[in-house]
Write a protein that binds this ligand. Sequence first.
Ligand code: HEC
Length: 116
Amino acid sequence: MLRLDAKTLVLFVFTATTVAAAGSSLNEQLPAGPERGKAIAACSNCHEPRIIVQQRLSKAAWTKEVDKMIRWGAEVDPNDRDALIDYFSTNFNTEQAAYVAPKTLSGSKPHAKAKR
Ligand code: HEC
């Protein structure tokens, strides 16, 4: 049976927390810009910014997305709507490299056995 002493456990929890924190600071944040604060205020009540950061959408699709979120309850000042759509479509558009999900395990190779 596996037994963990307190020191090992503390180290494990510390490492896991550090890895998670590093992951979120790398690419889970909304980018700097005048709309960042507004986006956080309007869009992070129901879900993390991650759900926004991982999108790659056209401006038309962002327009639909923001309007849908407003219908679902996001509080966006009508004067900020267009600027928010611009902010998202400038930063998360189809020209950008695909989103890379952060790994919670360092050095793991989940598909190592699937080599062809
Ligand atoms: C009233 C709650 C609420 C607010 C506020 C909100 N969302 Fe959402 N959002 C949801 C729900 C519910 C989902 C779908 C369920 C999920 O995946 O968590 C979602 C999903 C999404 C998705 C994934 C694609 C999709 O349509 O399912 C994106 C992108 C998104 N939201 C962007 C935004 C943006 C941008 C804002 C701010 C303008 C925002 N959300 C504010 C509730 C909200």
